[in-house]
Each structure stands twice: as structure tokens, then as C-alpha cells.
Ligand binder design. Structure first.
Ligand code: CO
Ligand code: CO
Ligand code: CO
Length: 319
């Protein structure tokens, strides 16, 4: 939607042009309203799990901006005449349970008859102006933290082709259904410079956007990156989503890969994620503190994956 322009509005702090996670509008008294919408087609065969993942993914953009969700609305497409209504009930229950975990209610929404099921949420949140976290303030010297492993796109494609093993499927579903709530709470507690969530554009795409918005570059340590089980083997067998290939093509010229990196490694770095973790840029001395606080409370472990450097000829160096 990059070429669409709307009229300039002084109340909009973060809008279309910022390529950030959610829209941010200034209200009176220094308070900010944060709003986002996301929906997609089933990523899991189990309707309840799909509902959980879609809701966790929709909430993620609110958390990525350091905001607190207030309420949500459902967006539903469902083939009323061909699938059992109980499937729809399970999808919605997955959403309700995740919303409850987030401390909010789903207060309405809209549904249409649709040959292919679709589900997601419009989420409204709030944040004080001082606490807003964007992708545009990463500073040279910052460490980069990633709070979930990569590879959900490759595993989803493997699931569709019947090639994924049970462990990979379960770990991927668990990761996607996990809220980025704790990741956001620890950000607030410790104080960070920038953040975004890793979703459709993959790690390289979202990091590249952060670098451009912040006028910096980044260095990634490939050996430090967390991956879901079996991801590399599955990618080698060819279960790579089209979106991942497009991501790599799009970002290639903005990345310098170390000579030891194989084509398959580059694919893994570009993998399109669903409901991925937060990518956080924070002062080096705060990084270990973040990791220990977060990992003490989370089953999925956060790791330091690299650092921010001064703006260079490319956005990202992978070593
Ligand atoms: Co996002
Ligand atoms: Co989004
Ligand atoms: Co309506």
C-alpha cells in the first residue's frame, strides 16, 4: 500500500509512511491511542489452535509498540454451508482465551460467508507518550534481542505438504500461540530504544526496516540465532514458502552475508514468520538483564543475536 497517500493529520504520530507495527494517534493529556488489524487463513489444522495463533499475532503489534491492549474486535470469514459451525466456535474460543490472557475482552466484530476461513482481530491499545516504543530509535552500540525462535513459515509449508514431524509442528504452534505480553512488560521495566515484531517480512526484512527508520546498520551473529526444530532440514528438502523467497529477493541488496553462509542459511534468515517474537534494540548494559528477567519467566528463551552499528553501506551484516 506504499503508493497510497492520505491527507496529513497532525494528530497521527505513527502512520503509513513509518512502516511501524501499529497506527498511533495522539489524544488529549499526553495519552496515545494505538491500533492495529491483522487476519489470515488457517495456519494450523486445529481450529482452536488457529484461533489462538491469529489472536496472539494480532495483539503482537500492540506489544511491539510498548502499549497495553484495551479491547478487540473479531474479523471472521467462514464458509457457513460447507464447514461445521463447531469449527467456527473453536476458532472464536481460541481468540477469546488469548484475549483473556492479554487481559482484554473481544467486544464485537464482523463476519462474512467466505469460501476460505479467515480470522484475526482489530486491537485497540493505549500508551503514554513517554513510553511509546517505535522501530526508529535504535542506537549504535545497542544489543539486539530476539524473543522467539525463527522458522514458522518453513514449518507451516512442511505441514501443508505432510512433511513436518510432530515435534516441529508442536513447537511451532506453541511459539506462534505465545503472546508477546511478557516480552513487552520486560521492555517497559528495563527501558529499550526500539522494537518491532518479526512477522511476514522475516528477520532480515523487519531488521532492515528498523535500520532505515533509525539511520543505523546492524550486525547479526548467525550462530547465535534460535531456530525451531527441523527447520534447516525441512528447508533443504524444499519446504520454503513463496513469501520467504520474495523476502530474500527484496532484502538481498541491503545485506552483506559472511562467506561461510550457504544459500539455505540466507533462506532461514528471510523466513516469513507468523506471530514471531519481538526484535528489541537496547543499551548493551541492559541486554543481559533483559535476558535473565525474560528467561526466568518464559518457556521460550530470548537470545542476544547481534548489535547496532553506525550507518554503513548496507543495512545488515550477517557473520
Ligand atoms: Co508488526
Ligand atoms: Co501486523
Ligand atoms: Co458489521
Amino acid at each position: 500500500m506504499g503508493t497510497l497517500k492520505s491527507k496529513k493529520d497532525e494528530r497521527i504520530l505513527v502512520g503509513y509512511d513509518d512502516k511501524d507495527d501499529a497506527a498511533v494517534v495522539r489524544l488529549s493529556g499526553g495519552r496515545l491511542l494505538v491500533q492495529t488489524v491483522d487476519f489470515f487463513t488457517p495456519i494450523d489444522d486445529d481450529p482452536y489452535t488457529f484461533g489462538q495463533i491469529a489472536a496472539a499475532n494480532s495483539l503482537s503489534d500492540i506489544y511491539a509498540m510498548g502499549a497495553t491492549p484495551l479491547f478487540a474486535l473479531n474479523i471472521i470469514g467462514f464458509p457457513i454451508n460447507t464447514l461445521p459451525k463447531s469449527d467456527l466456535t473453536k476458532i472464536l474460543q481460541g481468540g477469546i482465551d488469548k484475549a483473556e490472557e492479554a487481559g482484554i475482552s473481544i467486544v464485537g466484530g464482523h463476519s462474512i460467508d467466505d469460501p476460505e476461513p479467515k480470522y484475526g482481530l482489530v486491537v485497540t491499545g493505549e500508551v503514554d507518550e513517554d513510553n511509546l516504543i517505535t522501530n526508529s530509535n535504535a542506537q549504535p552500540g545497542d544489543k539486539l534481542i530476539l524473543t522467539k525462535p525463527l522458522g514458522t513459515g518453513i514449518i507451516a509449508t512442511a505441514v501443508k505438504r505432510g512433511m513436518a514431524d510432530k515435534t516441529a509442528m508442536a513447537k511451532s504452534a506453541q511459539s506462534m500461540a505465545t503472546l508477546n505480553k511478557l516480552a513487552a512488560e520486560v521492555m517497559k521495566e528495563i527501558g529499550v530504544n526500539a522494537a518491532t515484531d518479526v512477522t511476514g517480512f522475516g528477520l532480515l526484512g523487519h531488521l532492515s526496516e528498523m535500520c532505515e527508520a533509525s539511520c543505523v546498520s546492524a550486525k547479526i551473529d548467525y550462530s547465535a540465532l534460535p531456530f525451531l526444530p527441523s527447520v534447516k532440514i525441512l528447508a533443504e528438502q524444499g519446504t520454503v514458502p513463496g513469501g520467504t523467497k520474495r523476502n530474500l529477493k527484496f532484502v538481498k541488496d541491503k545485506v552483506q552475508f559472511g562467506e561461510q553462509l550457504m544459500d539455505i542459511d540466507k533462506i532461514l534468515l528471510a523466513d516469513a514468520q507468523t506471530s514471531g517474537g519481538l526484535l528489541i534494540s537496547l543499551q548493551a548494559q541492559k541486554a543481559e538483564k533483559y535476558i535473565s528477567k525474560f528467561n526466568e519467566l518464559s518457556e521460550i528463551k530470548a537470545v542476544i543475536i547481534g548489535e547496532i552499528i553506525k550507518k554503513a553501506k548496507v543495512n545488515i551484516f550477517v557473520e
